[in-house]
Design a protein around this ligand. Sequence first.
Ligand SMILES: O=C(O)CCC(=O)C(=O)O
Ligand SMILES: [Mn+2]
Length: 198
Amino acid sequence: MDLFDSPGTLTSIPIEDGALALMARLPLPYSNDEILSRLLAETPWRQDSIVLFGKRHLQPRLTAWYGDASYTYSGLRLDPLPWTPLLAEIRAAVETACGVRFNSVLLNYYRNERDSMGMHSDDEPELGPEPAIASLSYGATRSFVLRHKRNKRTVKLDLHDGSLLLMSGKLQSNWLHGINKSARTIGARLNLTFRYVV
Ligand SMILES: O=C(O)CCC(=O)C(=O)O
Ligand SMILES: [Mn+2]
């Protein structure tokens, strides 16, 4: 069966040592383009720097953190912005689709093919041992790369406009994930990762 036969259904993707499920299109009463342009326009984007091996780098994407609790990400303490009406509405749709509650969302804005996210796992202690993380994408399709921490097996998933990916179970303990730069021209992509921060 093709995912697009039932776009509003969360379909599990078989993967060892963790759980993944994908919905081709999260149902919302707005078009994908409307959500993308509103979120791009109304978000106070920042480009933080992170320290890697003692050297300070600007992150290769823009971000914003919304939610009820602060969060430490790559050694960076993020104080949350308050939920906007649109983000609260999207969160409710994501919670219904996943059957999970979320109190925070990280917005990542990949402006073009040069923006990226390094391989990492979302395994901070405040996310708990088996965190459910819902990742919603708008705009350009990017390839989401997963790499198993021990056997190094790689899995690639194209994340399309309006799709929702749910990562859960032991996925964060056993796999890394990230978004590579590309040699091909790629337009803007917005990703929202909903989390529950204890
Ligand atoms: O942009 C994506 O699809 C991945 C985002 C991500 O992994 C994160 O925010 O932790
Ligand atoms: Mn992540």
